[in-house]
Design a protein around this ligand. Structure first.
Ligand code: FA5
Length: 326
């Protein structure tokens, strides 16, 4: 190869070495091997050479061309490898990156209210007891001094499974089961589902009650009022007022409907009273020695008061747009 051709080869080598993209590489190719490129113009010199020098010149220019082509191919392969690596780097999934966050949801508003109530009563010394939802009439009615003529016993008001069993209409049978299995004194709450043939904006066919029972030697209505005011204030705020209205339950004497004043109105949320002596007799407690207070509150009603819910049925419709507000 002549000195001139060697210099051109060196120049091409250097230029190709500097290139880092396919586009730049193509520019270099055109410059050296294109129609108007260096190698072509070198070939064109053939016709001006004496015939005996032409083969030699042609061979040397072809060698130059082959060599430049070889270097270009090498570089092309290198660039392709680099570009693939770069693409892989961009597409690479980093397993240490935080994933897409899925919303976890939260407890149902009724569960929250129930747990809040449980915490309040537990802090006042009550313990939690549960009872069956499928109940025998004796526990649901008879033992609770509820006479045959009482409307709750009617088929129109309660769900009977057969003659021996019904879905409990309140949590009060848990009082009976607890007193039969434990000796006084005792302080229990019993949350759970209860069933009645009811359905409107303030009544559900399946709802949740929480029974409270406190039996000791000198329990009075003042204790009852204390527990009710205390739970209402802790749940709804210091200024919450509680009202006891005289009422009737076969298993308590005296009996009360208890209302809570919140957001400028009264809400009926629970029934309560002093355990009737006949109930104590039915479970083998001596009514001369023991006094008891009891109450049964509706958890849905309390949730309605606390969160300003107008229609009780919204609580069980399972509409996420409603439930996610709390
Ligand atoms: C009773 O069920 C009595 N066992 C309560 C009781 C216990 C009294 C211990 C004395 C001693 P009552 O039927 O009033 O009482 O129901 C109690 C509460 O349950 C009501 O104040 C109300 O908050 C709620 N409640 C009653 N029926 C429904 C219903 N269909 N849907 C939602 N809540 C209801």
């Amino acid at each position: 190869m002549t000195e001139e051709l060697s210099r051109i080869l060196e120049e091409a080598r250097e230029e190709i070495a500097k290139v880092s993209t396919s586009r730049e590489l193509n520019d270099v190719r055109v410059k050296y091997l294109g129609k108007a490129g260096t190698v072509t113009s070198l070939m064109k010199r053939l016709k001006d050479l004496p015939p005996e020098e032409r083969p030699n010149w042609g061979r040397m220019v072809n060698e130059l061309k082959d060599e430049i082509e070889r270097i270009l191919e090498e570089k092309k392969a290198e660039i392709a490898r680099l570009e693939k690596e770069e693409l892989n780097r961009k597409l690479w999934a980093d397993p240490t990156m935080p994933g897409t966050r899925r919303s976890l949801g939260h407890l149902h508003i009724l569960t929250k209210v129930q747990e809040e109530l449980e915490d309040i009563f537990i802090s006042m010394g009550f313990s939690i007891v549960e009872g069956p939802e499928i109940e025998e009439p004796w526990y649901n009615f008879d033992a609770l001094n509820t006479p045959e003529w009482h409307p709750a016993r009617d088929l129109h008001d309660s769900f009977y499974i057969n003659e021996k069993y019904l879905l409990r209409t309140h949590t009060s049978p848990v009082q009976i089961r607890t007193m039969l299995s434990r000796k006084p004194p005792l302080a229990i709450i019993s949350p759970g589902r209860v069933y009645r043939r009811d359905y409107d904006a303030t009544h559900l066919p399946m709802f949740t009650q929480m029974e409270g029972l406190y039996v000791d030697h000198d329990v009075t209505v003042r204790h009852l009022k204390y527990f009710l005011e205390e739970f209402a204030r802790r749940l709804l705020g210091e200024n919450t007022k509680v009202r006891l209205r005289p009422s009737y339950f076969p298993f308590t004497e005296p009996s009360f409907e208890v209302d809570i004043y919140f957001n400028n109105r009264w809400f009926e949320v629970l029934g309560a009273g002093m355990v009737h002596p006949n109930v104590f007799k039915n479970v083998g407690y001596d009514p001369e020695r023991w006094r008891g207070l009891a109450f049964g509150l509706g958890i849905e009603r309390i949730a309605m008061v606390k969160y300003g819910i107008k229609d009780i049925r919204d609580l069980i419709r399972n509409d996420v747009r409603f439930l996610e507000n709390w």
